[in-house]
Write a protein that binds this ligand. Structure first.
Ligand SMILES: C[S@@+](CC[C@H](N)C(=O)[O-])C[C@H]1O[C@@H](n2cnc3c(N)ncnc32)[C@H](O)[C@@H]1O
Length: 472
């Protein structure tokens, strides 16, 4: 449906200028999170902040492709719309689906995955997608990337503060990158941050007061659940920042910190700056400082357990050779290297290009007495050994077209592909399916609740699937 909103129901003045105010019905959600509507003329309009079933008044920007509708008013709320619990939701770019109920988020995630895969592969009888819900939809983030900026400028209007009185060090605003921009949306509370990390939003402006420039600040849970802070700064930091870092570590309130200044080759390290989660096996899992980590401890655990369950389906009678690509610090490896219960592995090889992550992975395996070879190499250019039985891969958002080609050319019995980007996953599935592998299981883990992001697990095999193990 479409209805012009404006005097007399006709085109408003904006129609003839930069945009047009219209009422549109939202019929689905697109990858990237926006609601999708169609005008009477059939023009597709993306509306950020919309929910399926909403009727919204928008201001259309036709310079963008597809056209973008700025949400002005919700005329009728769709059935899955809820009131977001966070007051920063409209300016902060972090939680683009906080206005959707958990079940609406899950349904939309499953639909985005199904659509991406069936479009790319032309397979229309995909297995049903089981979505593992988040047990903690708020307070789940055990790591986050913040943005900090000194002095004036950059903050969206609502967050601009008056200039500091003369003699006071310039304030540093801390928050997230604002939605659809690189501006700073300063926040002093974040409902999705783990309670152990949320206080940092109020401490970091003090830590950085007097700095010039801007930078990213990565925060995570470290040893003993205490925060670790990684500052990547372009500009100058005042002496008080360094002394406060020393103090935080000495008094034991933070487990560690690391500061990388632009133009300075070596970072300054305080305490142990490596994040630590509880691994899926219940033991501590050490992560590379500044390296990759899953956003939540609980989600990482669900993911690792499910990946291992799927890797061990339809076991051969002999010990297996297992290859893990894009292994990171070992979130999945600590279960994979263990092998299926009661059965030894013939070999476990994990490939990761980050030296610090690979070092953590070795440490994580050896702390558990697990054998495995960790190779520092390009996983997207790693040949799959002829003897490999199962390949598990978890590439970054760009996907793994090289690895997919190598797997397609191999004779592996099964593949478990973990992806945070349905589009590149779908692209990489094309050669895998063409090589004779079939999708036996399709699952999603709500690793990023309140956002349009989703983690997908696909298992492929060369033979008919056995019954799936019970989902917990
Ligand atoms: C999505 S993360 C997954 C890591 C691990 N599975 C986990 O859950 O923590 C992808 C990992 O691949 C690594 N990586 C990215 N490109 C790579 C490449 N070309 N070769 C090897 N590793 C790569 C990154 O450093 C990162 O650790």
């Amino acid at each position: 449906m479409k209805k012009h909103v404006g005097r007399g129901g006709g085109s408003s003045r904006r129609d003839r200028a930069t945009g047009s105010r219209v009422a549109l019905s939202i019929h689905e959600l697109a990858a990237g999170g926006a609601g999708v509507a169609r005008t009477e003329q059939g023009e597709v309009v993306f509306v950020a902040g919309a929910a399926p079933g909403d009727v919204v008044e928008v201001d259309i920007d036709r310079a963008a492709h597809p056209a973008r509708g700025k949400l002005l008013k919700i005329l009728t709320a769709g059935p899955g719309r809820i009131t977001p619990p966070c007051t920063f939701v409209e300016t902060c770019g972090g939680c683009d689906w906080m206005h959707l109920s958990p079940s609406t988020q899950q349904d939309a995630h499953a639909e985005l995955i199904r659509r991406a895969i069936s479009r790319a592969t032309a397979v229309d009888d995909l297995p049903p997608i089981h979505v593992h819900p988040a047990l903690q939809p708020l307070g789940y983030r055990t790591r986050a990337r913040l943005f900090a900026k000194a002095g004036r400028g950059g903050a969206p209007r609502a967050f601009k503060k008056p200039p500091p009185p003369p003699g006071k060090p310039p304030r540093v605003e801390v928050g997230y990158r604002a939605s659809s921009s690189h501006l700073l949306a300063s926040v002093d509370r974040c409902l999705v941050l783990h309670p152990a990390l949320d206080p940092l939003l109020r401490e970091l402006p003090t830590l950085l007061a007097g700095a010039t420039g801007e930078g990213d600040v990565l925060i995570a849970a470290g040893q003993g659940g205490r925060p670790v802070v990684e500052i990547l700064w372009s500009g100058d930091l005042p002496p008080t920042t360094w002394s406060m870092l020393d103090q935080r570590i000495a008094e034991g309130t933070w487990a560690g910190a690391r500061v990388s200044l632009e133009g300075v080759s070596r970072p300054a390290s305080f305490g142990d700056p490596r994040p630590v989660l509880q691994g899926a096996d219940g033991a501590p899992l050490l992560l590379a400082a500044g390296g990759f980590g899953q956003p939540s401890e609980e989600g990482a655990s669900v993911l690792a357990k499910r990946v291992a369950d799927l890797a061990w389906l339809d076991l051969p009678a002999r010990p297996m050779h297992v290859l893990e690509l894009f292994a990171g610090s070992g979130t999945l490896s600590i279960l994979l290297a263990r092998g299926p219960s009661g059965a030894d592995l013939a070999s476990f090889v994990a490939v990761e290009h980050g030296a610090e992550a690979a070092a953590c992975l070795r440490e994580n395996l050896s702390a558990r007495g697990l054998a495995g070879k960790v190779v520092v190499a390009d996983a997207d250019a790693t040949p799959v050994p002829p003897r490999a039985d199962v390949v598990i891969l978890d590439p970054p958002r760009a996907g793994a077209s090289g690895a997919a080609a190598a797997i397609a050319a191999s004779s592996v019995r099964a593949v478990v592909y973990v992806s945070c980007n349905p589009a590149t996953l779908a692209r990489d599935l094309v050669p895998l399916l063409a090589s004779g592998l079939v999708i036996t299981h399709l699952e999603a883990v709500e690793l990023f609740p309140q956002t349009s992001h989703i983690e997908t697990i696909v298992r492929l095999a060369r033979h008919r699937p056995s019954r799936a193990p019970a989902l917990s």
